[in-house]
Design a protein around this ligand. Structure first.
Ligand code: MRU
Length: 353
């Protein structure tokens, strides 16, 4: 793995790139203070990068995993041209287990695997084409979701978003931020509020930064200010991304989304969830069955690497929560939108794809 600094990340900034046979990831742990790209040529290191949050956001994790399959196939083919399909399994297992909640990760690996059987000889070129297609299709999906979601937004809207579902979390443009970007271009957005998103501060560090680059008016609020903001200001929408949507429309997203959605219901604020079809998991019946990632408790007992909680303090650090479908007004995907989602409506749209 090599590190290099870029002084000029320009819009559209890429969280994930493939250059000169290597996977390049923008180190999101360092943003916005430093623009550092890390280069990878081993799938096992990409698995670690996903676990350690160098790359994060469900679609971006899936795209990074797709490119990592190319790296894994290269190594496997170098060690045995005949048995690369078996040898690759150890690295794919590592990748697959790097983070549990975002279904896009295993969706991308499964999609890449589907191509294995038809490949003859060196698999790198064919697999790279597939990974690039996954990447390109994600960007196209984001633009389509942006268009569909923005059609629901009225002029002068005030919008709260949580975590980062922007260009950084996807192949480009973003899901929730894609809708906000399109709505802003269409002159519909008065103000965006970005909730900070403890403990990784994706709202404070990433969403605020992305929206600033586009000159979209954004105010940062702490997570626990969101209910009071809904009480005191005319907020129209809570717009968020998702890591996995179950067959009944329950939504897994960054911890704190559920409490924002409960507050939204109480205050008559509408809730929009924006996610590509790769985030919909029709195999999972309801949110109860979605695996929730629990991360290292030092992320919450420490602040800036200094211990703030008493020593030996027990802590619980779920990274995601489940927002029940009945708190969601609309799910926007590139395949269409689902108003007031439930199992029947989800099946009608996604059952046939
Ligand atoms: O822990 P993270 O930063 O990977 O969590 C990201 C989120 O929860 C996003 O809202 C979600 O992945 C959708 S990104 C388009």
């Amino acid at each position: 793995m090599t590190i290099y600094n870029s002084k000029n990340i320009t819009e559209p900034f890429a969280a994930v790139k493939w250059e000169s046979g290597k996977l390049i990831l923008l180190d999101q742990r360092k943003l916005p203070a430093e623009n550092i790209y890390l280069e990878y040529d081993l799938a096992s290191e990409v698995a670690k990068a996903i676990k350690d949050m160098v790359v994060r956001g469900a679609p971006a994790i899936g795209i990074a995993a797709a490119y990592a399959v190319v790296l894994a196939a290269r190594s496997a083919y170098q060690s045995s041209a005949d048995n690369w399909r078996e040898i690759i399994n150890t690295e794919l297992e590592l990748l697959s287990n790097s983070r549990p909640t975002a279904v896009n990760l295993n969706w991308a690996i499964a999609k890449m695997r589907q191509g294995f059987d038809s490949i003859e000889g060196d698999p790198e070129t064919a697999l790279l084409e597939m990974a690039i297609r996954i990447h390109d299709e994600d960007i196209a999906a984001n633009h389509e979701m942006g268009r569909l979601g923005a059609e629901l937004i009225k002029p002068d809207s005030q919008i709260i978003t949580h975590c980062n579902a922007g260009a950084l979390a996807t192949g480009g443009y973003g899901t929730a931020l894609g809708v906000i970007r399109t709505a802003f271009k269409n002159g519909l957005v008065k103000q965006v509020y970005s909730s900070e998103t403890r403990p990784w501060m994706q709202g404070a560090r990433l969403t605020s930064w992305e929206l600033q680059q586009d000159n979209i008016p954004v105010n940062l609020v702490i997570d626990s200010a969101v209910s009071s903001l809904m009480q005191s200001s005319d907020i129209d929408w809570l717009i968020v991304g998702s890591d996995r949507i179950a067959a009944n429309g329950d939504v897994a997203n960054k911890i704190g989304t559920y409490s924002h959605a409960v507050s939204a219901k109480y205050h008559g604020v509408k809730v929009m969830v924006v996610a590509p079809f790769s985030t919909v998991d029709m195999q999972i019946k309801s949110g109860k069955d979605i695996p929730i990632e629990y991360r290292n408790t030092e992320e919450i007992t420490d602040f800036n690497e200094v211990r703030v909680a008493p020593n030996d303090m027990q802590a619980i650090n779920p990274a995601f929560d489940i927002t029940p479908a009945k708190l969601v007004d609309v799910i926007v995907t590139e395949e269409g939108i689902v108003q007031d989602p439930d199992a029947e409506k989800m099946l009608a749209i996604f059952g046939k794809i």
